[in-house]
Design a protein around this ligand. Structure first.
Ligand code: ZN
Ligand code: ZN
Length: 380
């Protein structure tokens, strides 16, 4: 079955229309006349360019992408496809690229660079070469990138549907004598067959009383056994955008303690989802989950933050944890993923990906979570 057969639509062409983003960034250039963007995710968001070497120089009138000889034609094609007005300059060495950046910024008194994405060495080289004053900036592009537009949300939702579908096909087989690594391989193969360019991160399959107690266990050759808790954390990558979902299963009948902890984590997660909305402090969502687990005497079982933003990166702003100062806004795409872990018992995590809407949130991951029992195979 291919992506088109099961209703999984891939709206990638829409998402490439990134025109207008440069003006949104220009509006944020407070006291800076031009900006050199060097973070490749920010470069991609501004231009559609996906190469491994590139800089955007943004001035009040122009957008210029500077790259090396491998990527000149690709950059022209991708900016064209993204309907971005701008030009491409190619430098055949890093010195030539620096010379282009200098020439493009030379007429401006203050030029910003991305402090978090420029190495000490690169800054030294630029400071020597540039005929202008360089000023560090922080999260200018990221602040605009954070809130997703309709096309980006459609892509992320399509990535979620691919992961939902792959898990629906693979989860019924968890009692068939597979290893963690085999489950991972099946999931990742199906996601590719369903149209994903790959997994959006290394798929986690963590089973039994010890492996599942590690929130980010790497799948190994352990066989899934009757009575195991199995955490599966899976997402698809689609045209650069990620999805992220976790479900926990029990192979066979859950014990009373497994059922109790599962119900506790699920209720905590639902409280977290209910707390999500525009204008809500991200830490409020964390507190909603954490208090529910803490009130049941298992606070020290919840050993990580509640969630994170997802987009062109699998982990990006806003982060949802106890120390976050982010306030959620419409268009934020975030996870809500409380868990409970104890060596010897195992672990349970339930994670959904949601988009913040004007009246709360819309859940993008659809795989059933009401019970940890293995699902039946899909009928279609
Ligand atoms: Zn996850
Ligand atoms: Zn996550």
């Amino acid at each position: 079955m291919n992506a088109a057969d099961d209703g999984t639509t891939i709206p990638s062409a829409v998402a490439r229309h990134v025109a207008g983003r440069a003006d949104r960034v220009r509006a944020r250039l407070d006291g800076i006349e031009a900006l050199v963007v060097s973070d490749l995710t920010n470069v991609r968001w501004l231009t559609g360019f996906t190469g491994s070497n590139g800089y955007v120089v943004l001035t009040p009138q122009r957008l210029t992408l500077v790259t090396d000889g491998r990527y000149g034609a690709q950059a022209v094609h991708q900016m064209d496809e993204a309907q971005v007005a701008g030009e491409v300059l190619v430098g055949l060495s890093s010195a030539a690229i620096t010379a282009h950046l200098d020439a493009l910024t030379a007429g401006f008194e203050t030029v910003g660079f991305e402090a978090a994405h420029v190495s000490f060495q690169q800054h030294a080289d630029w400071a020597r070469a540039f005929h202008t004053t360089l000023r560090p900036t922080n999260t200018i592009v990221e602040s605009e990138r954070r809130s997703k537009d309709d096309a980006e949300i459609a892509l992320i939702a399509a990535a979620c549907r691919i992961a939902d579908r792959a898990l629906a096909e693979v989860a019924p087989h968890l009692a068939d004598g597979l290893t963690e690594a085999e489950v991972r391989n099946r999931l990742e193969t199906r996601m590719r067959e369903l149209g994903a360019s790959g997994p959006s991160y290394d798929t986690i399959v963590a089973s039994g009383p010890f492996n599942s107690a590690l929130p980010h266990h790497r799948p190994d050759h352990r066989l899934l056994l009757p009575g195991d808790l199995v955490i599966i954390d899976v997402g698809a990558l689609l045209d650069g955008y990620h999805s992220d979902m976790t479900r926990t299963f029990v192979v066979g009948e859950p014990t009373a303690e497994q059922a109790e902890v599962y119900a506790m984590v699920l209720a905590a997660q639902q409280r977290g989802l209910a707390a999500v909305g525009p204008g809500v402090a991200a830490k409020t969502v964390d507190v909603a989950c954490r208090d529910h687990i803490g009130d049941r005497g298992r606070g020290d079982w919840f050993t990580h933050g509640t969630g994170h933003g997802v987009g062109l990166l699998i982990h990006e702003d806003p982060f949802v944890n106890a120390t976050s100062d982010a306030v959620l806004q419409v268009g934020d795409v975030v996870t809500v993923e409380p868990g409970a872990y104890r060596e010897g018992f195992g672990g349970i995590r339930v994670e959904d990906l949601v988009v913040v809407t004007s009246d709360g949130c819309r859940v993008l991951t659809a795989f059933a979570k009401d019970s940890p029992c293995l699902p039946s195979p899909p009928t279609t």
